[in-house]
Design a protein around this ligand. Structure first.
Ligand code: PGA
Length: 240
């Protein structure tokens, strides 16, 4: 298997390691399309990337960005929307020009939102690199357990685990039950896939996911066999 595994001692080291890999990709592949996950785990990576840019080590506006996913019903002003997280932690501090970014708008008709994303993908070609987290049910973006592999953007009913875990992102109770996401086939077609996980709570999941068997009930396991897959873990997540 061509999977590479990087184990960092701490979350900070993990963030630095991940940001360096992304920066290298951007330097080598200007004008390619990348897709970065929201969620808590990559936030350290985003602040490292912004620091690297300030130090003149990378120009983050050299590539184009596609949003990974969004909660249907949440928009830019909702704390915890993917829009809010990515703009506050990455696109705004990195001063990425608007015309280089296309993300889902969870307030739009989801069908239209998917069509617009598909147009953006068609214009930019395949993903060059994607940075993904892994949900507690193995989801990638909102490719929930047993959602059929799809190309382009799709609308997905959210899994119970996702609904339960999601309360950590929001400051109010929200009736979130559906999501939009780039489909698994689009993610799998990326030239390079980085999957980042941190903390003891992910250790069992990581062990079960990357055990050599692909299982649609655990979408992240479908990454196995990808020609350029790197798992980036901190010591706690790699513990088992
Ligand atoms: P997390 O989310 O980084 O907040 O754990 C991971 C995910 O759901 O993809």
């Amino acid at each position: 298997m061509s999977m590479k595994k990087i184990i960092a001692e701490t979350y900070e080291e993990l963030s630095r390691e991940t940001s360096q890999r992304i920066a290298m990709f951007i330097r080598e592949n200007p004008d390619s399309l990348v897709c970065f996950a929201a969620g808590d785990t990559p936030l350290g990576t985003y602040s490292e990337l912004v620091k690297m840019q300030a130090a003149g080590e990378v120009n983050l506006s050299d590539v184009y960005y596609a949003g990974l996913d969004e909660w249907i019903g949440l928009g830019e002003n909702d704390k915890g929307s993917c829009y809010q997280v990515m703009h506050d932690h990455f696109y705004n501090p990195a001063r990425i020009p608007k015309e280089r970014i296309h993300v889902f708008d969870g307030l739009k008709d989801p069908q239209i939102s998917c069509e617009q994303m598909n147009e953006w993908l068609a214009k930019r070609g395949k993903l060059g690199l994607t940075l993904l987290g892994i949900g507690m049910n193995g989801h990638l973006g909102f490719n929930e357990p047993n959602v059929p592999q799809a190309s382009g953007a799709i609308i997905v009913p959210l899994d119970e685990t996702t609904k339960t875990v999601s309360v950590k992102y929001f400051d109010k109770e929200l009736p979130v039950s559906m999501g939009v996401t780039l489909g698994l086939s689009t993610l799998l077609a990326a030239r390079e896939v980085l999957l980042i996980a941190s903390g003891e709570k992910k250790a069992q999941l990581i062990r079960n996911t990357f055990n050599g068997t692909k299982n649609p009930a655990n979408p992240a396991s479908m990454l196995q066999g990808h020609p350029r897959l790197t798992l980036l873990l901190d010591r706690e997540a790699s513990g088992l």
